[in-house]
Design a protein. Structure first.
Length: 249
């Protein structure tokens, strides 16, 4: 590996491309699948997060199709609105709605619809997948393996702009702060909505989801790409302000 690593970023580009392909691909499928299905074929849904609720009409995984009453905090009278089971869709659409069913509550009041069909995930999760793809593309363009996760994470910035972090050894704090800027808003919005009478808006959900997804993807790509075995020794890692990696016992 070259000392500065800038001329050999094959792994960083590969990691960013793979993560962006999976997350961005699913994001695109979220938007085009409702267009591929007959109009008004996906009714209003209301399930549980991290559960299978809409696999069948009345068999395994049919919790969402049961009558939970009009005033239930989770679920509703799906039969009155229209039964739905993703297992009856074409294979591609079934995959998209299966992933949505497994990971998202799919509450209709917090979701968008296209072509009269509710999307497979809520607006916050739409933003999350968008952010995951954007963060991976950002890493693919800017990221550099610098042995440790924190140094790799900060490598997206020019050395001149972050020299002060290395002179005062504030790079771990800087990484935590940047991750927090993306993660705290979604936490505040979600938990405030859960614990109080506050009700967020879909625009706020989209923004907070995108921000959280972006920093999560950025950090994850940096973590995956941080490979000490790409260097013959720590002395070959070029850091801002001519800093050197020092390892304490």
């Amino acid at each position: 590996m070259l000392a500065n690593g800038r001329l050999e970023r094959l792994r960083e580009k590969k990691v960013g491309l793979i993560v962006a392909s999976f997350t961005g691909g699913y994001f695109i499928l979220l938007l085009i699948t409702p267009l591929m299905l007959p109009t008004d074929s996906i009714p209003e849904l209301s399930g549980r997060a991290n559960r299978i609720d809409y696999a069948t009409d009345d068999g395994w995984g049919s919790w969402g199709n049961q009558n939970h009453g009009e005033n239930a905090e989770i679920g509703h009278n799906q039969e009155e609105i229209g039964l739905f089971s993703w297992s009856e869709l074409n294979p591609l659409a079934a995959f998209v709605y299966f992933i949505g069913d497994l990971n998202c509550h799919q509450k209709y009041e917090r979701s968008w619809e296209i072509n009269g069909n509710q999307l497979a995930v809520c607006v916050r999760d739409v933003g999350l997948f968008l952010g995951l793809a954007l963060g991976a593309l950002f890493w693919r363009k800017k990221g550099l393996n610098r042995w440790t996760i924190r140094d790799s994470f900060l490598s997206v910035f020019s050395d001149e702009k972050i020299e002060f972090l290395y002179k005062e050894d504030r790079r771990l704090l800087a990484m935590i702060l940047l991750v927090s800027l993306g993660a705290i808003p979604i936490g505040l919005d979600g938990f405030t909505q859960l614990l109080t009478s506050y009700e967020s808006t879909n625009i706020v959900r989209l923004i907070t989801g995108t921000g959280a997804g972006f920093v999560l993807s950025w950090w994850s790509c940096a973590a995956i790409s941080s490979r000490p075995d790409n260097f013959d020794s720590a002395d070959l890692v070029k850091l801002p302000a001519n800093a050197k990696l020092v390892f304490r016992d």
